[in-house]
Ligand binder design. Structure first.
Ligand code: HAM
Length: 422
C-alpha cells in the first residue's frame, strides 16, 4: 500500500465541489474590484526565495537540484513569483496593476489541522498604488472575499511595521536586537519581550510602554509614544485614513488596530494586516498581507507594491466549522434504457439534454431499471428518464420524479421544456 506524502491531501468529489464553489466566489469578488487572474509556475529558481530571506529559508521549503544541476524550489508562496513575472513582462502595463491568483504552495511545515506541506492560496498583488484608499480597498477586498464565500465570524487586525520599527529605534535598539524581538512579538510572548528588553538595557518604563503599545488597539497610545517622529506621524495619519475609509465607506466595522502584527515573511514594510477565523483555534489565520519591497531587489524600477494571500484550505475548514450549507451535488437527469435495443435512442436523448446544459447521466452498465434507479439516487438525481419500446412507439418516454416517485409519459420533443419548467 502506498501512502500519501506527509502534509499532503487527496480531495474527494464532494470536497472538490466545495473547493470549486469557494474558488468561483473568490474569483468573482477579485474581478468585481478590477483584478485580473495570472498564473506562474509551481517551481522557481531557489534564488528567487533566498534573495530576500537568505539561506535560512531553505530549511522551511522544498528545495532541490534538477538533472541539469539547477537549484530550484517548489514555491512556498506566490508574491516573489508574481513580482519576478511583473519585472520580466508586465512593467509597462498601466498602473495600478491589479493581479490575482490561485496556486498551490509548498512549505516544510509541521503538519497539523490547517497546516499542510502542500496547500492552496488565493491571493493578489497591487502594483503602483500606495494611497490610503488603495490600501483600504485592498483590505476591504480581502474582508469581502471571506464574507462573500459565506464566513460569518472573521476578525481583521491592522498593524504597521514602520511604526514598530521606529519605536524600537527610538529606544536605541539595533537591527540585530529587533530581529531577536520580532519572533517573540509575532507569537504574542510579551513576558519574553519584556525580559529581552531588560537584557538589552532598555529602561523599565520605556520597555513597559512598548509592551503597552504592542498590546493596544488604541491608536492614541501609539501616537503618544511616537509624537515627535515626523515620518512615523505620516504613517499614523495614513493608518487613520485607512481605518476611516474601511469603517465609513467599505462598511468594515469588525477591525482592530494590532501593533504586534509582524508577519512571518521578510519583505513587508509599512501596512500589514491579518484576518482570523476564531472558530479555527491554533491555525486561525485565514489571510495575511500588507505593503512590501521586492521590486528593486529583483532588478525592477521601484514601485509600491502590496497584496495578500488567503489560505484556501483554512477558508474551507472555517466554513465547515461554521456549518456553512454548501450547495450539494446533484444530477439533473438519469437516463435509463430498459434494454440493449434502447441504447442508441437513450444516448441520443442524453446527448441532446447535455447540449442544453442539463446535467445528464446515463446507465452504461446495462443494469436494468431497478438497479439503475438505486444508482440514480446515489447520484442525487432529480429526475429519471426511462426509455422502453412501448413508450418509444408513441415517441414518448417515462419521466420519473426521483423524490416523489411520480411518473408521467412525456413526448420526446417536450422533455426539455418539461425539465426546464420544473
Ligand atoms: P502567509 O501569511 O505566509 O503570506 O500565507 C498566507 C496564508 O496562507 C496564511 O494566512 C494561511 O492562511 C495560509 N497558510 C500559510 N501556511 C500554510 C500551511 N502550511 N498550510 C495551510 N495554509 C497555510 C503569504 O504567503 C504572502 N505571500 C501574502 C502576501 C501576498 N503578501 C503580500 N502579497
Amino acid at each position: 500500500m502506498f501512502k500519501l506524502p506527509r502534509g499532503t491531501t487527496d480531495f474527494t468529489p464532494e470536497e472538490m465541489e466545495k473547493r470549486r464553489y469557494v474558488e468561483e466566489k473568490m474569483a468573482s469578488t477579485f474581478k468585481s474590484f478590477g483584478y485580473r487572474e495570472i498564473q506562474t509556475p509551481t517551481f522557481e529558481t531557489l534564488e528567487l526565495f533566498t534573495a530576500k530571506s537568505g539561506d535560512s529559508i531553505i530549511d522551511e521549503i522544498y528545495a532541490f537540484s534538477d538533472k541539469g544541476g539547477r537549484a530550484l524550489a517548489l514555491r512556498p508562496e506566490l508574491t516573489a513569483p508574481v513580482i519576478r513575472f511583473y519585472i520580466d513582462k508586465l512593467q509597462m502595463e498601466p498602473k495600478p496593476l491589479k493581479l490575482y491568483y490561485f496556486g498551490n504552495c509548498f512549505r516544510y511545515d509541521r503538519p497539523q489541522k490547517g497546516r499542510y506541506r502542500e496547500f492552496q492560496q488565493a491571493g493578489c498583488e497591487i502594483i503602483g498604488a500606495d494611497t490610503p484608499e488603495a490600501y483600504a480597498e485592498l483590505i476591504a477586498m480581502a474582508y469581502n472575499i471571506l464574507k462573500n464565500v459565506g464566513l460569518k465570524n472573521i476578525k481583521l487586525n491592522i498593524g504597521n511595521l514602520n511604526i514598530i520599527d521606529s519605536m524600537f529605534t527610538k529606544i536605541g535598539l539595533s537591527k540585530k536586537d529587533k530581529k531577536k524581538l520580532l519572533p517573540l512579538i509575532d507569537k504574542s510572548q510579551f513576558e519574553d519581550v519584556l525580559s529581552l528588553l531588560r537584557d538589552l538595557d532598555v529602561p523599565k518604563d520605556n520597555a513597559e510602554k512598548i509592551i503597552d503599545v504592542l498590546q493596544t488597539s488604541d491608536i492614541i497610545k501609539v501616537k503618544d509614544f511616537i509624537k515627535e517622529d515626523q515620518s512615523v506621524k505620516d504613517e499614523l495619519s495614513n493608518m487613520e485614513e485607512i481605518v476611516d475609509l474601511l469603517k465609513n465607506s467599505f462598511n468594515v466595522k469588525d477591525y482592530q488596530i494590532k501593533m504586534s502584527i509582524v508577519r512571518g515573511l521578510d519583505y513587508y514594510k509599512g501596512l500589514v494586516f491579518e484576518l482570523d477565523a476564531s472558530v479555527l483555534g491554533a491555525e486561525k489565520q485565514l489571510c495575511g498581507g500588507g505593503a512590501y519591497d521586492l521590486v528593486k531587489l529583483f532588478g525592477g524600477t521601484d514601485v509600491s507594491t502590496a497584496g495578500f494571500a488567503i489560505g484556501f484550505d483554512r477558508a474551507i475548514l472555517a466554513l465547515e466549522a461554521e456549518k456553512f450549507a454548501f450547495p450539494s451535488f446533484k444530477t439533473d437527469v438519469y437516463v435509463i434504457p430498459v434494454n440493449e435495443e434502447m441504447l442508441v435512442k437513450s444516448t441520443e436523448i442524453a446527448q441532446n439534454l447535455r447540449k442544453e446544459g442539463i446535467l445528464t447521466d446515463l446507465d452504461i452498465l446495462r443494469r436494468g431499471v431497478g438497479k439503475s434507479l438505486k444508482y440514480a439516487n446515489s447520484k442525487n438525481a432529480e429526475k429519471a428518464i426511462i426509455i422502453g419500446p412501448k413508450d418509444l412507439e408513441k415517441d414518448s418516454v417515462t419521466l420519473r420524479d426521483m423524490k416523489t416517485g411520480e411518473q408521467e409519459l412525456v413526448k420526446i420533443a417536450n422533455i426539455l421544456s418539461k425539465l426546464k419548467n420544473n
